[in-house]
Ligand binder design. Structure first.
Ligand SMILES: [Ca+2]
Ligand SMILES: [Ca+2]
Length: 111
């Protein structure tokens, strides 16, 4: 991934890497499997989507710094506002996170 050899992988290189994957079709598969693994990790009742409660619980057990405004983040990620994060939504957000150049896109909430 480190194309310019400076020992660091910068965002541009990451984007180029993932764009390459998208072009040859493996990117979508990769996003799908990553989303599936992610949903399985957070989805405790096994209905294949993430409720606000599951999302909040996940953040509370996460050893990283406590995240403020979990509710606001959830609202932003829940694109169709049905109260659940589905795999489709997460795949879309995941792609935004990597490929979008618009910092206001919901997928950028984790940056
Ligand atoms: Ca669930
Ligand atoms: Ca939703």
């Amino acid at each position: 991934m480190d194309r310019n050899g400076d020992g660091k992988v910068d965002l541009e290189e990451v984007a180029a890497y993932y764009n390459g994957l998208i072009k040859d079709g493996t990117g979508d598969q990769m996003v799908d499997s990553a989303v599936t693994v992610g949903v399985q990790a957070i989805d405790t009742d096994g209905d294949d989507k993430i409720s606000r409660e599951e999302f909040t619980a996940f953040y509370k057990i996460n050893p990283r710094e406590p995240v403020k405004n979990i509710d606001a983040i959830f609202d932003k990620l829940d694109l169709d506002k049905d109260g659940f994060l589905t795999k489709d939504e997460l795949a879309k957000l995941w792609k935004q996170f990597y490929f979008s150049t618009n910092p206001n896109d919901p997928g950028k909430v984790f940056i």
